[in-house]
Design a protein around this ligand. Structure first.
Ligand SMILES: Nc1ncnc2c1ncn2[C@@H]1O[C@H](COP(=O)(O)OP(=O)(O)OP(=O)(O)O)[C@@H](O)[C@H]1O
Ligand SMILES: [Mg+2]
Length: 383
């Protein structure tokens, strides 16, 4: 299925363009109409997934448009949002009575309310419903911080800690994923091929049966984009449905986004049960991490859902845990020591670090990280 299509009907070009820009930035396919008649034609002809209408149009009354749309089988169930500068109770009531699904007043809060309403109607909200598997996202502010290695090894330890649980790792790092090479997957299935499949195929059962089992790693894998060219073809609009289906068939859905914080991955962070933020001890990366942290909080990612992992990936130099906590103003929940070439060695043999080096102190840290992330996800669910 292509991206979700949204129809905007508003006589005011500036207002229409403003909303259109916001929606296009979120990867929606946007159709615009400047009059009621044009809006009706687009609604019936172009099959939008949702429509936003300013009910104050010159040619047709907003209420009459809703009545017409509701009477026609093609648009009887179309989510219909009234976006209006009229905040009178009588107008709100008459619009809702006529068949609008929601009425939003044009104000300072309108964009946020509109985004939330669209997400709710288009199913993105379902990703955040406190049901299905726990969604755990892994990210960092800088490349080469160890995010992918930590994601794969945490998934392995979650599966070891919970032998009956079903665990899946999804590689959403763009433009090239690396989890496949860490775990030794050589198949051709990946995020690009999966997003290209029709929604009717990518059901929870499909993901349960068809995702490859990584054996000693204890998890199933949805591999990432194999090369930059392929990543240009990822159908972003399919991601929500896919994550939702994965949550239905797996108890733990771990997604590596590395530093690919984008319009595609960001909404998932907002919906995640736990966000694992991998922090580098590299001094030059600290300000980047601070910026990322502030951005996450400003955008509504709950500080309590962030699990911070300090990883000494670059060697023995760099900042200490105390330095990092002081500079960032956030607690570090786990610290992985510098493992010299051992981590790279385990990765190049496609083996979990914990199995390759069972006596290493880092093995115990991985076991702890997995347990703590499981319990954090449970605690937040119970709230
Ligand atoms: N604590 C550590 N000690 C030693 N080497 C490490 C440590 N953590 C990670 N590495 C090594 O650093 C390299 C990069 O790791 P990885 O690919 O997991 O990082 P990444 O943040 O996912 O990078 P990318 O930006 O490419 O996605 C790997 O060779 C890995 O083995
Ligand atoms: Mg990576």
């Amino acid at each position: 299925m292509p991206e979700k299509k949204i129809l905007i009907v508003d006589a005011d070009v500036a207002s229409r363009n403003f909303i259109a820009r916001i929606l296009i930035d979120q990867q929606f396919d946007v159709i615009q109409a400047g009059s009621g008649k044009e809006g009706l034609i687009c609604a019936w002809r172009d099959h939008p997934d949702l429509a936003i209408l300013d009910p104050n149009l010159a040619d047709l009354k907003g209420e009459d448009i809703a009545i017409k749309l509701r009477r026609d089988a093609r648009t009887a169930k179309l989510p219909l949002i009234a976006l209006s500068s009229d905040s009178s109770t009588s107008r709100i009531k008459s619009c809702l009575d006529a068949g609008y699904s929601e009425y939003i007043t044009k104000s300072g809060q309108a964009v946020q309310t509109l985004n939330e309403t669209i997400s709710r109607f288009l199913g993105l909200a379902a990703v955040s419903e406190k049901k299905g598997g726990s969604l755990m996202m892994f990210l960092s502010a800088k490349g080469g911080t160890g995010t992918s290695s930590i994601c794969a090894n945490t998934a392995m330890n979650i599966s070891k800690d919970q032998p009956d649980a079903r665990v899946v790792v999804v590689d959403m790092v763009l433009p090239i994923g690396s989890i496949a090479s860490i775990v030794g997957y050589e198949g051709t299935q990946n995020l690009v091929t999966i997003t290209d499949m029709p929604p009717g195929i990518t059901t929870p059962k499909f993901f349960k049966d068809e995702l490859p089992d990584m054996n000693i790693w204890g998890f199933h894998l949805l591999a990432g984009s194999p090369d930059p060219e392929s990543s240009n073809h990822i159908k972003a609009g399919r991601i929500w449905d896919i994550v939702l289906a994965l949550k239905e068939s797996y108890d733990y859905v771990l997604i590596d986004i590395g530093r690919s914080l984008s319009k595609i991955t960001f909404p998932l962070l907002q919906k995640a049960d736990v966000v694992a933020l991998v922090i580098s001890t590299d001094i030059s990366a600290i300000s980047l991490t601070k910026t990322l942290w502030e951005y996450l909080l400003a955008k509504g990612v709950g500080a309590s859902s962030v699990y911070t992992i300090l990883n000494r990936a670059v060697g023995l130099e760099g900042l200490s845990k105390v330095d990092v906590e002081k500079t960032l103003g956030i607690p570090v929940m786990a610290t992985l020591p510098y493992l010299s070439s051992n981590f790279a060695f385990a990765n190049s043999h496609h083996q979990p670090f914990t199995l390759k080096f069972p006596k290493d102190s880092a093995t115990f840290i991985f076991v702890e990280v997995a347990k703590e992330m499981i319990s954090l996800a449970r605690k937040l669910r119970d709230q």
